[in-house]
Design a protein around this ligand. Structure first.
Ligand code: NAP
Length: 394
């Protein structure tokens, strides 16, 4: 990854402004800057001396500098760090009806791989030389909009950057009491919504035997937990023995197997000898073929993702056994989570209740710092995450 020299940065002007500040405010700004850069108990100790949430422009002074990740070039096949650039920028003073947000956590997601390509999809492609975007949860540091005040916690699509300026309509408020704040990107965020929407899409029934691929990931583990809460029998596949254990012991699945350890069809038949009613497809390829084989008559498929093919340079041929759709009268429904945003309140109430009652767990893998965000993203294609992959920007 290229680390580019600061752009749009006028350090001397900033320093001159800083020098004009009253001594007490200068001291506070230095302290906050230090606390931001420090992790562990020292940081907590320093923060104890600070207001619980920044109430004036002091934190804004130290957050006017922000780092962001841009698309440096489009990948052929598997992306590498060379396709990204980390750039420092200086944010402008706020105008009326603008809000300054400091991101606390950001999301990296497999769908972003598709956005690195030039072609049009259901979301516009990332543009070369421009900052990437994606889900993030942050805190309002400064506000010139009546809709938000300093200290409010908001989710936005302005990830891949430490701080940003936005209009109120780009921000969605969430409750600070629901912790950790990263849950708003995981079980209670976009991936949780995807899991919930997928199960609603195919009208899940109590008696269903559900097979989920990519089950130890962000969408998969929540889909499995929700299906268990509805009384279904749930089987998952994932890419390591550790993940199989996680599904059985951490998520309460009834069965699980490592798809790398033998043909998926053989392992699925062993886990579900009487067949399956629902297949929640996160990976496509061999797993989809195996599911088509094992689905019972009138079975349903949630077509959620197809990560096994995202880095292919040429599209692979589809399943060889699609004829099962006819003979077994199967239904396959495509899912786009954003179509369900009008049901967000229902989702937040239902799944939020499960979470707050301790019935649904938010599992996540946390990578620290924006300079490791690309690594976290690339890790999705290597399976380095258990649960939601999160980048901690604090
Ligand atoms: N339709 C929608 O609106 C929507 C919304 C969100 C996500 N999705 C899709 O849902 C799927 C899961 O997304 P997520 O956010 O929950 O990601 P995730 O599962 O948390 O992370 C990706 C996981 O995919 C697995 N994987 C990587 N390469 C693979 C391969 N070649 N074959 C099989 N598995 C592979 C890895 O786990 P292993 O170690 O198990 O291989 C990895 O941990 C993706 O396909 C994504 O595009 C769709």
């Amino acid at each position: 990854m290229k680390i580019e020299q600061p752009v749009n940065t006028d350090l001397n002007e900033d320093l001159a402004q800083f020098e004009k500040l009253p001594p007490k405010i200068k001291e506070l700004a230095i302290l906050m800057n230090h606390a931001e850069k420090t992790t562990g108990p020292e940081s907590i100790a320093l923060r104890k001396n600070l207001p619980a949430s920044p109430s004036t422009a002091e934190e804004a002074i130290v957050t006017r500098k922000s780092r962001e990740i841009r698309l440096a070039s489009r990948p052929d096949g598997k992306p590498t760090v060379e396709n990204f650039a980390l750039v420092e920028v200086t944010l402008a003073p706020l105008e009326v009806q603008q809000v300054l947000v400091k991101n606390r956590f950001m999301s990296v997601d497999p769908y972003m791989r598709g956005r690195m390509n030039a072609g049009k999809s259901y979301v516009p492609p990332f543009e070369v030389g421009r900052v990437l975007d994606g889900g993030a949860v942050g805190e309002v540091i400064e506000s010139r909009a009546k809709e938000f005040k300093v200290g409010d916690v908001v989710i936005s699509n302005c990830g891949w950057r430490e701080s940003f300026i936005a209009a109120p309509k780009e921000l969605h408020p969430v409750r600070r009491e629901v912790q950790p704040l990263s849950v708003h990107l995981g079980a209670l965020g976009m991936t949780g919504l995807t899991a919930w929407a997928g199960l609603n899409l195919i009208n899940l029934k109590l008696s269903d035997v559900v097979f989920i691929s990519g089950a130890a990931g962000a969408v998969g583990n929540v889909a499995g937990q929700l299906a268990k809460l509805q009384g279904c029998t749930v089987i998952g596949s994932a890419g390591s023995a550790e993940k199989v254990r996680f599904l059985l012991e951490g998520c309460g699945f009834d069965g699980a197997f490592n798809y790398k350890q033998g043909p998926v069809l053989d392992q699925l038949k062993q886990a579900a000898p009487n067949g399956i009613d629902v297949y929640f497809d996160n990976v496509g390829g061999e797993s989809l073929e195996a599911a088509l084989e094992c689905l019972r008559p009138h079975g349903r498929i949630v077509a959620c993702g197809s990560i096994s093919g995202y880095n292919d340079e040429k599209p692979r041929p589809g399943p060889t056994n699609l004829f099962n759709m006819i003979t077994k009268r199967l239904t396959m429904k495509g899912l786009i989570a954003s179509d369900w945003l009008n049901r967000r309140v229902d989702f937040e109430q239902e799944v939020g209740r499960y979470y707050e009652a301790g019935k649904l767990k938010n599992h996540e893998t946390v990578v620290k710092g924006i300079d490791h965000a690309v690594e976290a993203f690339l890790g999705l294609f290597e399976g380095t995450n258990v649960g939601k992959m999160i980048v901690d920007l604090r």
